[in-house]
Design a protein around this ligand. Sequence first.
Ligand code: MIG
Length: 728
Amino acid sequence: MNITKFRQSKEVLYLKSYTLENGAKAFVFGDPVETGIIRAERTEAELDHGLNLETLNGHIFIRWTMHPKDIVYGLGSQLGGINKRGRVYESYCTDDPIHTEDKSALYASHNFFILSGKVKTGYFIDFPSRVLYDVGFTMIDNFRIEVFGTDMVLYVIEGSDEEEIVRKFHQLIGRSYVPPKWGFGYFQSRWGYKTQEDVLKVCETFREKEIPLEGVYLDLDYMENFKDFSLSKERFPDLPRITMELKEKGIYIIPIIDAGVKIEQGYDIYEEGLEGNHFVRTAEGEPYVAAVWPGKVHFPDFMREETREWFGSKYKFLTDMGIEGIWNDMNEPAIFYDESELEFAIQASQDSRSKNLGVEPFFKLKDLYKNIANREKYYRTFYHDYRGKSVVNDEIHNLYGYYMTKSANQGLRKLLGGKRFVLLSRASHIGMHKYSGIWTGDNASWWAHLELNVKQMPSINMAGFYYVGADTGGFGGSSNGELLVRWMQFSIFTPLLRNHSAIGNVNQEPYVFGEQITEYNRRLIRARYMLLPYLYSEYMKAVNDGLMMFKPLSFECRDKEALDSEDQLYLGNELMLAPVTGANLSSRLVYLPEEMAEVSFSEEAVTLKTVGMGNRRLEYGLSDLKFFIRKNRLLPYVAPAMTTKDLDIGTLHMVGYVDDVAEYILYDDDGISCDHEAGIHVETRVRVTRKEDDYHVDVENDNPKIKRISLNITDSRNRSIHKDVSLS
Ligand code: MIG
């Protein structure tokens, strides 16, 4: 095989610059890999990027000196804060299940950030391999980026504020993935639901305890020997029937698919893959062998269109059973070991036999095994067929999970006849946002990871991903009732709401920590369904207009407290969330950038209490669900239901804190078809105007499902007025 390389490693970079349709600027360095992420019309123009930029040893460096007050936002699904300063981050998709302080690379490469100071500028580095960000870690005022190559496109987006920059960026990268409405329900997951009986038992228990349940994720357990598109005859013999029966009840089954295909004679996917030349290859042209869950595997070459089509069509095995949701895992791709490295470690062990190893050689030997997973060198030993050239994985590494998920999206779209589906991917790159959502990977049942979840949401939205959530309750380690309830108090607002945990931990379903915790969780999950029309509406507005669903306070308010705020978020234009993220707390400090109303939300009562701006202490117990509503805004909600199928929006309740005028437009659509792509939807516009001691209500409604609007309005003197408007 003739191996040509994209990277020409020229030290001298030549540069062309362009202006794009929406005013953004593009600077092309060298001969970049065509990633196809941004397709905007562009016009060549003489432009200056105004950056301190140089190439050295085949890498590009960009540097800023930051003012102490400058804030860096973005970088998507990473560790660290909303303000990314003070850390190192790496864009190089990797499977690292231990998300501790010292880590710099996770599953995602989201190379979009905003440098916000006196001027605010957004940057997108369109480059598919490693990028390193030292955001004032080594030197407190130095922001240094190292791009591991000399060929890239740098997009520079200016705007008057962060949101405008985000909106312009989202215009360039295109509209995000939209799941079906049922994707906004509550999902239970667990690695270790070993049999179909386990799964059925979980579904039954949810019903018994009157906890809403929209679906169960199936982990590796359902497969036969970890083979993609296979079923364990022993443990899940009746999955097709069960899937259909559960779906009748509004409960969806969402199985996992891994990137690696097991090497096994007679296994159809393996044999077709070989025959169709679908696997990535070594320099010698042999299919590359790595080891993951199935043992030895080959990786499909998702960079090839034929392979994407082939693999995408294989989901038929699952859709034929009635399955309408998939999660793609291990697609960084994760590699437990590769044969040569294992061989090397074994040889080294044998060589050390009966040698009296000193401490140093012992550590060396131990590390040969300990660090055998996901080694950098693995990604330099296999090749893709990308746009007609053979390209080593390392050079386009960050596109692998993206293209696997594109393959799944296109396959499912065909197989389900244009019906929407739930699709999640673990690895991601900007561009993939068009094809699926993501979860934040293997977090742990730690308070710090609940806190991290809060901080990640706005950065992930900036990167174009909206269908997002963390493993609620924590994936690694054992969870507990208090942590789960606190996590739920936050997660019920995230579009993806999934409780998931690793094999070997204690169970963490909402009902396993005793009666009281069960009751709190039940109330919270039911509240999720009450808020679902609002969450869906805000989701669709964010996707359609390129807005942020979750926003840092500092995007709107420049007070010192807001600029420093790392644990409060705006949700849509109406709400401010201030979750409790620590143990043993019954209250927390909250900063109110403006006067708002504190909402205490439950099935029995939704009450509002106005609170003035400034620092306040919020009483927030385990049995509560609390958040804030902004002044002159309305929040719609409905009665709870056990599944989205049963959600009745006939009576739309609205609470609001209104002194003058408030308006809310509730977006809705069929929740199933892709008609929304053509803009097809219905709206309910409710406008409340203060008239002395009363309110005037205007409703324009083209949603036939809504029959009545029941309003509960509070004013700044905490007087509350109830109004019913029937629509017919
Ligand atoms: O090596 O499928 O992030 O959600 O439960 C672990 C087993 C593989 C990693 C995923 C996790 C999933 C687990 N997977």
